[in-house]
Design a protein around this ligand. Structure first.
Ligand code: PGA
Length: 279
């Protein structure tokens, strides 16, 4: 079968595009869908390594997963959790270190303690060595089974800003002023308190996870989402690297889907796929 698009024709591969796009009604529905996939993974593999992201977008996922756990729907007691990125120079116990944020938003609601958690050491004197150590630790842990991702309005994933190498490994990045301004909301509105540097898993590192699941909500993300799934694979839109991955899922609400030229095609394929396939 051949599907005709604005860009011409391309053959359908197994009835769906390489990057599966699922359009949901709202953020809550997206959170429930993704939490369902995480629960399904944990039933198959109770000690799965879950890659988690910070930011506002993934919160409905964590809430839905915690609700499933509370209702006895899945046992997460053996789950492991890996961090995507971290500020450099913030003490680990600082309330806005991503380790602290993830402890509050993910570990505690799921009843997991810090033994289940791994992340880069943002306080290390030798940051480069800390980055290399984290890449090694992820590999030694067997690799990430399911990596959650948000997306920046500029197409960043993790803190891989535009023009990050698509082969990049975990490394230090300097935050743009815009990102520091955006994140000042977590630091009493005071940009001076926002660190200049972060450690982020590289795009090459992220691509090693077995399943990538990106959630984007709101019209503000619509251009970045369209560039990610319908644009070329290009470092200028780091999230477009998902097109290189054999199992990538992009879950979007109506706002974030609003610039997709293939929206009807995505709706059609998702509503007709076999239920057993999951996302
Ligand atoms: P947000 O951040 O979920 O707070 O929009 C996403 C990101 O910058 O990756």
């Amino acid at each position: 079968m051949v599907y005709t698009t604005y860009a011409g024709e391309f053959p359908l591969q197994n009835g769906r595009p390489n990057v599966e796009v699922v359009i949901v009604s709202d953020a809550k529905a997206g959170g429930e869908l993704i939490a369902g996939a995480m629960a399904e993974l944990l039933r198959r593999k109770p000690d799965a390594l879950l890659g988690v992201a910070t930011g506002s977008t993934p919160l409905p996922i964590y809430q839905a997963l915690a609700a499933t756990v509370d209702a006895g729907g899945v046992d997460v007691s053996r789950a492991r959790v890996a961090q995507l990125d971290e500020y450099v120079g913030l003490p680990a116990e600082h309330p806005e270190s991503y380790r602290s944020v993830l402890r509050r938003e993910v570990l505690e609601p799921l009843g997991l303690d810090l033994d289940a958690f791994m992340g880069p050491d943002g306080t290390a004197e030798d940051v480069r060595a800390a980055c290399e150590a984290y890449d090694r630790a992820l590999a030694e842990a067997g690799g990430v089974d399911l990596q959650l991702l948000g997306i920046g309005t500029d197409g960043h994933i993790g803190f891989n800003e535009p023009c990050s190498s698509l082969a990049s490994r975990t490394r230090i990045k300097t935050l743009t002023e815009q990102t520091r301004v955006d994140n000042a909301r977590f630091f009493e509105g005071d940009i001076e308190q926002v660190p200049h540097h972060v450690i982020t898993q590289g795009i090459g590192t992220i691509l090693e996870a077995r399943h990538l699941v990106l959630l984007a909500t709101g019209e503000g993300k619509a251009d970045a989402v369209a560039a990610t799934v319908e644009g070329p694979v290009a470092a200028v839109c780091p999230a477009s690297a998902l097109q290189l991955h054999p199992h990538a899922t992009v879950v979007v609400d109506e706002g974030a889907a609003s610039k997709l030229k293939l929206a009807e095609y995505f709706r059609h394929t998702y509503s007709n796929k076999p239920a057993w396939q999951g996302i």
